[in-house]
Every structure is written in C-alpha cells, then in structure tokens.
Design a protein around this ligand. Structure first.
Ligand code: SDX
Length: 422
C-alpha cells in the first residue's frame, strides 16, 4: 500500500496524490488542488504547525523523549541544566561542555539593579508573580537591545544563556516583592536549583543550606517541565519568534500563554479544586458535577496523551520522597482517591482522561512551602529551555512568518448608514 493520500476536488475532478512523510502531509498539496479553500482547524486539533527534532510525544502509549532520550532516564540520571543543554544543542554535553555551560549560566544570574529598584519595586504589593514574570521578561529586552539581532547565532546563544540564568532570579524576586521581603542576590557557590531556593527562602543567615532532597526533587520537576513539543505556550513562542521579535519579548508572550488555567495554571487550579473538595465524603458529588459539565477535573486530560502522562507517574513517585522531609500533604489522600475513582469511571475512561503533569505537581510545591501563585512561575522556569530550543529551531529552519488564514463568517458587503438613519 503506498504511503500517500489522494485529494480530489469533485467540483473540477482535479486530484493530487500526496505522500505521507513522518506522519504528516504537506498542506501545499491541498492548496495546489484547492486554492482559496482553507483547512479549518481552530485549536490545531489535527494540524501540525511545525517540523521539529526536539521532543517526541506518543500520546497513545504515554511516551515522552527529549532529543530521543526517555524522560524516565533523564529524570533519574540527569540534571536540569544538562537537560537544558540537551534541548538547546541536540546532544548530551561532554564533561567539558557541561562545565562551561554550568559556569556560564552560574555567572549570568544577576539582574541589572534597575530591574529591581525601578521595575520590580513598582508593582503593587499583591501583584501576582506570573504578571510580574511576564512583564519582567519583556522588560529585559530593553536592557539588551542587541537581542533584536536574531539572525546572528552567537548573539542568540548569548540571549539564551541570559534567559536560562536570569529566569530563576526574576521568579525569586517576584516572590520576595510579593511578601515584602528584601531581595536575595544569587549565590554562585550553589548549583542552579539550590541557588533558586536560596533566593526564595534565605532570611538573615549568611549562607542558605538547601535540603538536598528538596533541591533534587525540584531539579527533577524542572526536567519534567522542560519541553513538551507544540503545546500552547511553545506555539506562542514560535508564532512570536516568526515575526523576528527578540527572544525576551517572545518568552514574555509564551509565559503569558502558560498563565492560563487550561495550560500552566492548572497546577494551581488543582490545589484550589482539592481544597474545595476538602474530604473523601465530597468526592462523589464532585465527580458528578464534573460529569454534569459544571466542573472540570483539573490536572486531568490532555490534548496529546490518551494514556497516563509519563511525567505524572514520575512526579507521584517523587512526592513520597518530598513528603518524608516535609510531612505528607493533607490533600494527597483526596488526590489519590479522586484518581482511583476517575480511572475506573466510564465518563473519564471513554474520554481518555488521565492525570497529567499538573495533577500531583502542586502537592509537591505546596509541601515545599511555595505559595500557590508561584506554581505556574515554577512551570515557566522549567519550560524556558523548551521555548528557546523551539525558537532557535524555527529560526534555523528559516520558517515563514506565522499567518494562518480564516473562514469568513461575517456579513457580506453593505453601505454605511448615517447615524441619524439607523
Ligand atoms: C498542560 O499541551 C501540552 O503539552 C500542555 C502541557 C505541557 O507540558 O505543556 O502538558 C501542560 O497544560 C497540561 C494540561 C493542564 N490542564 C488541565 O489539567 C486543565 C484540565 N484539562 C482540560 O481542560 C483539558 O483536558 C485540556 C485543556 C488539557 C485538553 O483539552 P482538549 O484536548 O481541547 O480536550 P477537550 O476540552 O475537547 O475535552 C474532550 C472531552 C470533552 O468532553 P465532551 O465535550 O466530549 O463531552 O473531555 C472532556 C471535555 O469536556 N474533558 C474533561 C477534562 N478535560 C477534557 N472533563 C472533565 N475534566 C477534565 N479535566
């Protein structure tokens, strides 16, 4: 059987046989046969917006690989910074490459003092850290105007280095501003994740001593969030990047997309949901409200995974390690019971609804004392290398500016009527 499809316009009898390559069909074949007829696909339910070599998802079998490496192996053996290098450069770094990369990231964690004094301090006392994050990332473009030179690969790498280095600093600064605490400067004697915890939690002690179990758990969580092919925020990154905007403005847009509760905001929404359910006894009524359409089981469902999200399995396994240090979350039992019931209920099974990465992540963050409005900020830190790898790949592919067509449904032509005659 040929690996092709035949597209025929029955109005003209014209047809074309198009090859199926890597699971896709080039839309040009469609437009050759049907000029001016658009393939309508809001939400990209069945449309591939890019060719990419970065991350592979197999939704039917719950498989996730970064540059071919299974997420389970990276979570077990790698570090977040090593995974950043893998996503950005396509291969695991040699020892020397990794040392250079870690050094370069470590020594670019500081922010221009005006970012704190003039910018971050200008937010209202109860500003949501994600709103601060989106704004601060965009503001960085005003400190590095040379970042507009996106055609220069070396310049791109310098800006990528800055963003990987400075995102945790901005995140911690947003948190400290939101609780009225003085900002903690980066501590270059700590590794990437430990330094972030130091900037978050150090009070008056001269040196922050991170708990190694919590630092490791957070490093794994950052690995799990590092990339996920053409998700909503990565698509936003590629679309903004296609206009040749600078990378700081592009990641600000991607971060804004991540902010939504359907996407990165789900980890915070899960905790609100579990808290609202409050006890075992309320679970059946909640399940019924979901099935009736008046509630959503946050942390469940996924556009691609029609099986258990492999990341959720890893998060669940690490939760036990964290709870040994922090004490078990009172919401864990409700989450486990909710999962048990949902996985056996036909409403969820028939819709292939399984826990996704957000279902258990929030429980760990909460146990680690992160406030809920920081959960999506943590997701943004993790996803930064993914956004930048896709931005880089799209520029290297010399992609066209993203400009989809539409199916017009509005009124046909009509003449203007003076206001007195309407
Ligand atoms: C992330 O894309 C990515 O890769 C994202 C992400 C990443 O790493 O970047 O994996 C991170 O965003 C994970 C998803 C986090 N969001 C949530 O947990 C919010 C709850 N989930 C959903 O809102 C929903 O499942 C989506 C948004 C994740 C996916 O939505 P789709 O693919 O558009 O599916 P859909 O809304 O068309 O739902 C299909 C059916 C519908 O029922 P019917 O209309 O057919 O009767 O399933 C139902 C939906 O009502 N459904 C749910 C549900 N999710 C889908 N019903 C109850 N609870 C849910 N969570």
């Amino acid at each position: 059987m040929p690996e092709t499809v035949t597209i025929t316009d029955n109005r003209t009898g014209r047809s074309v046989e198009a090859p199926i390559v890597n699971g896709g069909v080039d839309a040009k074949a469609w437009s050759d046969v049907l000029p001016g007829v658009w393939f309508l696909d809001p939400g990209y339910m069945t449309t591939a917006s890019a060719q990419s070599a970065i991350t592979e998802l197999d939704g039917e079998n719950g498989i996730l690989r970064y540059r071919g490496y299974p997420i389970e192996q990276l979570a077990e053996h790698s570090t977040y910074l090593e995974v950043c290098y893998l996503l950005l450069h396509g291969d695991l770094p040699t020892k020397d490459q990794l040392e250079t990369w870690v050094h370069d990231v470590t020594y670019h964690t500081f922010l221009h003092e005006n970012m704190r004094r003039r910018f971050m301090d200008g937010f209202h006392h109860d500003a949501h850290p994600m709103g601060m994050m989106v704004s601060a990332l965009a503001a960085l473009s005003t400190f590095y105007p040379e970042a507009k030179n996106i055609e220069d690969p070396q310049n791109r790498n310098i800006q990528i280095n800055r963003l990987i280095s400075k995102t945790p600093t901005i995140a911690a600064m947003a948190y400290r501003a939101s609780i009225g605490m003085p900002f903690v400067y980066p501590d270059n004697s700590l590794n990437y994740t430990e330094n972030f915890l130091s900037m978050m939690w150090r009070v008056a002690e001269p040196h922050y001593e991170p708990d190694p179990v919590l630092a490791k758990a957070l490093d794994v969580l950052l690995i799990l969030h590092a990339d996920h092919e053409q998700n909503c925020s990565t698509t936003a990154m590629r679309v903004i990047g296609s206009s040749h905007a600078d990378p700081f403005s592009a990641v600000a847009g991607a971060t804004a997309a991540l902010y939504g509760p359907r996407h990165g905001g789900a980890n915070e929404a899960v905790i609100h949901m579990l808290t609202e359910i409050g006890s075992y006894e309320n679970i059946p009524a909640f399940i019924e409200s979901v099935k009736g359409g008046s509630d959503r089981l946050m942390g469940f469902g996924h556009r691609v995974y029609k099986a258990y999200d492999p990341r959720a399995r890893i998060v669940k396994a690490h939760a036990d390690e964290v709870f040994k240090v922090t004490g078990k979350s009172p919401l864990l039992d409700i989450a486990l019971k909710l999962e048990e019931i949902a996985l056996s209920d036909d409403y969820f099974k028939s819709r292939n609804l399984y826990p996704n990465v957000d279902f258990y992540t929030g429980l760990i963050y909460q146990a680690m004392k992160f406030p809920m409005d920081m959960f999506t900020v943590l997701f943004a830190i993790g996803r930064m290398p993914g956004w930048l790898a896709h931005w880089q790949e799209s520029l290297e592919q010399n992609s066209k500016i993203s400009r989809p067509r539409q199916v017009y449904m509005g009124p046909s032509v009509r003449d203007y009527v003076a206001v007195g005659d309407r």
